[in-house]
Design a binder for this molecule. Sequence first.
Ligand code: NAD
Length: 345
Amino acid sequence: MKFWDDMKIHDMEQLIFCQDDKSGLRAVIAIHSTKQGPALGGCRFWSYASEADAVRDAMKLAKGMTYKAAISGLPYGGGKAVVWNIPGITDRDAAFEALGRFIDRLHGEYITGVDLGTTTHDMDQIHLHTKYVTDQSGTLGAMGDFTAEMTAYGVFLGIKESMRYKYGSLDLHNTRIVVQGLGKVGYALCRLLHQAGASLFVTDIDTVKTAIAAKEFDATPVSPETIYTQSCDVFAPCALGGVLNHISIPLLTCGIVAGAANNQLADERLADMLEQRNILYAPDFAINAGGIISTGAELSGADAARAQLAVEQIPHTLAAIYSYAKISGITAVAAATKLAEIKFM
Ligand code: NAD
């Protein structure tokens, strides 16, 4: 991997490689932009096939955080820490403590938090050595699944706004919605959609989660393999990124794709393919910003109620994106990207 070439491609400011002999920590902190403020973005603990994959993931995710913060009008840039989950990690607590020391050396240029594979307990270890962390014990982020709940709430409001834009109605009664991925966000989203009267189709690679959701939300269980062909009005990806690709897009029957997953498009140019199929796509970094918005609100001293109020700006952001896309004759992704870049360039 050519690190500097990749940094240039992604417009990265800085990559910090961290290594700690005692705990076996191998981590990379990717800082995409600090133009609008400190780089904010969680810490991922994940097994990667190679160190190049880990570094690339960190860069891609950090860039996404910059766009997410910018489109949401937050005074933050984007960053991400990736801890490579390797057998060499002999002491997890000591590894996260070591990471805390590395983060502290950046004097607040990067603020971390929970992400895929990390927990409040890990943030507590980081917090022993730095104040530049969120989601540690005693914070809103550590309260149940508050961040995921706020992400789901933002996606729920974003689905309604997309329905209003495309079909002229906010009413979800009898709207057929597919939810792919029934983890923290997907499950919370199902609850909100069910309460609003939507007819749900649910899937997860974990069949137990699918069965539980089907029962609780009176939903139709669908296998992960056939989910793209399921007849529906809205498709909500809430599992992994890259699910919108050359194979899945031609199979979709929906009028709207709007979900929580990061980096849903396998390639940004696929936004054109969705447009050609007359499918409205809610740009992921705009609709799934509920987590970063609530974290930003908490960092500025807001309580849970005010954090939730801040998340309610998401439908307004989407409305602005859709109308800019229409006026300019471009896709919603291109519009969202331009609007975000105007804010952080
Ligand atoms: P999670 O790990 O709690 O849940 C993900 C779920 O997806 C799991 O149940 C998993 O079994 C399922 N899954 C994985 N592959 C699947 C497949 N091919 N088909 C169906 N199900 C599959 O994660 P989460 O916190 O709910 O996040 C979901 C997505 O939303 C991720 O892409 C994440 O990056 C994004 N996101 C999360 C937040 C947040 O606050 N948690 C914020 C913004 C974006």
